[in-house]
Design a binder for this molecule. Structure first.
Ligand code: ADP
Ligand code: ADP
Length: 226
């Protein structure tokens, strides 16, 4: 686990679009931060900068004590859960879970142990030998979360993980993510445009507007209108 610090972070895309300006956020070890704000305000850009999928053009991002501006995504000790699951279609669920660990040289015994633990937490044990296409949307998203969990990362990054699911499933999965957070206590940054998800999951909310932090506080502080 680790803290995440954003120090005067900015992003100007090649071509000149300024997506993020002067963002300062101190995320405590184990804290669950939810990023909200209107479409185009920079949520996805900011998350991808923490992940290492976009360059940081201004300021500094630290994970724990380490400045990660020039660190490759794979070496940042974070795991990202995407909206579109991003599972490997030709691999079984078990292979999907194990793949990233194999590449990192994790031992076979350790991989099996971590896969079994993740399968238990996410209740996907019965599907381990299926291919992703034989799973429902909710099951696929559980596998995507499982792939993040088995890495035992210092932090999770969630990019609208539930927005492809129907309303009923979104409620169930929201509570499952809450339970996951209670069990693992891993530092998380979660992007959503769903107010209920934001209120249920967040220790603190960050409201972005045109690439800047407009408000930061607990759900009560942010959503209580004066
Ligand atoms: P959000 O996730 O809140 O919808 P984004 O981070 O996707 O916002 O976008 C923030 C701003 O950056 C928008 O003005 C968007 O058009 C711009 N933007 C996003 N991706 C790129 C890119 N690859 N190249 C240039 N501009 C981009
Ligand atoms: P894996 O990361 O499972 O080994 P790939 O080798 O296809 O899968 O990864 C391609 C790139 O995407 C790598 O830079 C990897 O770090 C990144 N990546 C893949 N999955 C995730 C994830 N869940 N969280 C963060 N980065 C990821």
């Amino acid at each position: 686990m680790a803290s995440i610090t954003l120090d005067n972070v900015g992003k100007v895309y090649p071509g000149g679009t300024r997506a993020i300006g002067d963002v300062n956020i101190d995320i405590a070890d184990g804290e669950f931060i939810v990023l909200v704000g209107p479409s185009g305000c920079g949520k996805s850009t900011l998350l991808r900068m923490v992940a290492g999928l976009e360059t940081i053009t201004e300021g500094q991002i630290r994970i724990g004590d380490r400045v990660v501006n020039d660190v490759e995504p794979m070496d940042r000790d974070i795991a990202m859960v995407f909206q579109n699951y991003a599972l490997y279609p030709h691999m079984s669920v078990r292979q999907n879970l194990a793949y990233g660990l194999k590449n990192r040289g994790t031992s076979k015994a350790d991989i099996e142990k971590r896969v079994a633990e993740a399968a238990e937490i996410l209740q996907i044990g019965p599907f381990l030998d299926r291919k992703p296409r034989a799973l429902s949307g909710g099951q696929r998203q559980r596998v995507a979360m499982g792939r993040a969990i088995v890495r035992e990362p210092a932090a999770f990054l969630f990019d609208e993980p539930l927005s492809n699911l129907d309303a009923k499933l979104r409620v169930t999965m929201r509570l499952e993510i809450k339970e996951l957070q209670r069990r693992l206590g891993t530092t998380s940054i979660y992007v959503t445009h769903d107010q209920l998800e934001a209120m249920t999951l967040a220790d603190r909310l960050v409201v972005l507007s045109a690439g800047k932090v407009e408000q930061i506080g607990t759900p009560l502080e942010v959503y209580r209108k004066p």
